[in-house]
Design a protein around this ligand. Structure first.
Ligand code: ARG
Length: 564
């Protein structure tokens, strides 16, 4: 409809369609029409008073069957849409496009890196947020018509990794996760915690860890053996967690396999005179006032964190020839990515302009910040476990379900509670995750949205029994206010997708789905669907709602339930 208005306007007003699109707005109240065009933008050009311009335009604009009226109201030109035609066209479009409604065609290749854990401990709440944001953005980009590669980086070497190895060697007594029946990443993480505890009183431990790292770098057989064993435990546990969340990767990178190649880029930069050797032999770059001096290689020749990233970016470009690459990484690393991108630009790599850091804020629990070194971390697994219990409790309050069905539903509900709570908040902000709020079936939550979807499904199931045929009819008899609201909201969906894509912000879709669910509930309470004369059109409307809600939730990574 907005397109149509822009088209009509473009015939009478000398502005291009893009400009017009940005100018046409939704007026504050429905008496003022469905769309409005502010005529004061033309005052300079036409050297006329805007009220006059509006007046004159009402006479020039040719009405169509879709636009039933134009009216001047002060400097605004207000358009009134024929709601019946809007409703019929839109519902027809949604029902025939099905899950393609709102899909875009951008056709770019985008690499998105997310998760990227260290392999010395289980995933924590920050990783949870990371994955949910990463996966949702990947889906939004896919729905925008792009080819997406999801990649993960295992930071599997370095001082933090040998710390858990050393503690295991010293105090582990050959225990294994199989023997202790612990989740294998938790098992590894416990030794990391133990190391930090012991290191408080035993000052030699830090030095021993550095010695172990040197041995690892020189390929010491025993150290490498231990490393392989503990890393495979850590990774096995980590994979277990992200699979529960429905996350899959196209490729995994391992720091241990690439960190040496980073050193070649350092050589390249030295030759080009971009990097310098300091008196102590460390390689540095001076990035001026804002970013300062940055060490790229330590004085003993060992790599630092950024060394791997220099090479990794290059490697991925060789592999994928991406148009864009997005790194989903916590805001603690804002500086790191500024430096990384700056250096790649200075090295004149062709892809350096195509890199983006999607930064997100910390996750807190009502009790306070998570701390990894003291072992007071709340693991992602623990949070999922907690939410599962809450979901089960809620379900038991409401229904009598068979064990297996209870399991299936509580998993879907628990995950939707977590995902929605994390995604509705803008990535940059910190989050205080509140389990009870997140699960509330009646709040601004994932389960509430699932519930509205399940209700729509149930209406359609009943109708099927009722009518036998499921032929949905799109002819409108008469429209009630709540139907109009629902139609309008459904019509917004393609714009919402576009906005979420441009801003790389799943929160836009989360907010939209919540509004959509609320409007659907209003509709449902005010408009009789089954057994009314308007019933056939209303069923079609319910089906259209179902399609859009399902897609919205899917883009947030949330699974729908046909019954709840
Ligand atoms: N493993 C790192 C950490 O836990 C994050 C890695 C982010 N990705 C990257 N390419 N640097 O802090």
């Amino acid at each position: 409809m907005k397109e149509l208005i822009v088209k009509l306007l473009s015939k009478e007003v000398k502005l291009d369609k893009k400009e017009l699109w940005n100018l046409v707005e939704v007026p504050p109240s429905p008496e003022l029409g469905d769309y409005a065009f502010p005529c004061f933008v033309l005052t300079k050009k036409l050297k006329k008073n805007p009220n006059k311009i509006a007046e004159e335009l009402t006479k020039k604009i040719k009405l169509t069957k879709e636009i039933s009226q134009v009216k001047a109201s002060g400097p605004y030109l207000n358009f009134f849409i024929n709601k019946k035609i809007l409703a019929e066209n839109l519902i027809k479009k949604i029902l025939t496009s099905g899950e393609k409604y709102g899909k875009r065609k951008e056709n770019e290749k985008v690499v998105i890196e997310f998760l990227s854990p260290n392999t010395n401990k289980p995933l924590h709440l920050g990783h949870l947020r990371n994955m949910l944001v990463g996966e949702s953005i990947a889906r939004i980009l896919e729905f925008s018509g792009n080819n997406i590669k999801r990649v993960n980086l295992y930071n599997d070497r370095g001082i933090h990794i040998v710390k858990s190895m050393l503690a295991y060697q010293k105090y582990g007594k050959n225990k294994t996760p199989e023997k202790t029946k612990e989740k294998s990443d938790k098992f590894v993480g416990n030794f990391y915690v133990l190391f930090n505890e012991k290191a408080k009183t035993n000052k030699k431990l830090e030095e021993e860890a550095r010695e172990m790292l040197r041995k690892w770098e020189s390929g010491d057989k025993n150290v490498r053996e231990l490393w392989r064993k503990m890393n495979s435990w850590a990774i096995k546990g980590i994979e277990n967690t992200y699979k529960i969340l429905g996350v899959k990767f196209d490729k995994h990178y391992y720091e241990s396999k690439i960190y040496k190649k980073g050193k070649e880029i350092i050589e390249e930069g030295l030759k080009k005179g971009l990097f310098k050797k300091r008196d102590d032999n460390a390689v540095i770059i001076n990035l001026g006032k804002e970013l300062g001096e940055k060490v790229l290689l330590r004085s003993d020749g060992t790599s630092v964190y950024i060394t791997q990233d220099l090479y990794l970016a290059k490697l991925r470009y060789q592999e994928y020839k991406f148009d864009d690459m997005i790194y989903v990484v916590a805001n603690e690393q804002d500086y790191h990515f500024k430096v990384l991108f700056k250096i790649l630009k200075l090295l004149k790599y062709p892809f350096a302009e195509s890199l983006h850091h999607l930064s997100y804020g910390m996750v807190f629990l009502p009790e306070g910040k998570m701390k990894s070194r003291e072992g007071k971390v709340v693991d992602a697994d623990d949070l999922i476990e907690e939410m599962l219990k809450l979901a089960e409790k809620e379900l038991k309050k409401r229904y009598k379900l068979k064990k297996q069905e209870l399991k299936k539903r509580s998993l879907a509900i628990a995950l939707s509670a977590i995902k929605y709570f994390f995604l509705k908040i803008e990535s940059k902000k910190g989050i205080i995750f509140n389990p009870d709020k997140a699960i509330d079936f009646e709040g601004n939550t994932g389960p509430y949205l699932q519930y509205s979807y399940a209700r729509a499904s149930s209406i359609l199931r009943k109708a099927e029994k009722f009518n036998k045929t499921k032929k949905l009819q799109i002819k409108v008899v008469d429209l009630k206010e709540q139907e109009i609201e629902l139609v309008k909201k459904l019509a917004e969906f393609p714009e919402i997708i576009k906005k979420a894509r441009q801003q790389l912000n799943p929160g836009i879709i989360a907010n939209y789905s919540f509004q959509l669910a609320q409007i659907f509930n209003e509709f449902y309470h005010n408009c009789q669907v089954l057994g009314s004369i308007e019933g056939n059109f209303r069923l079609a409307l319910v089906e259209a709602f179902r399609i859009v809600m399902k897609k919205s939730l899917e883009l947030l990574g949330i699974e729908v339930l046909e019954e709840m």
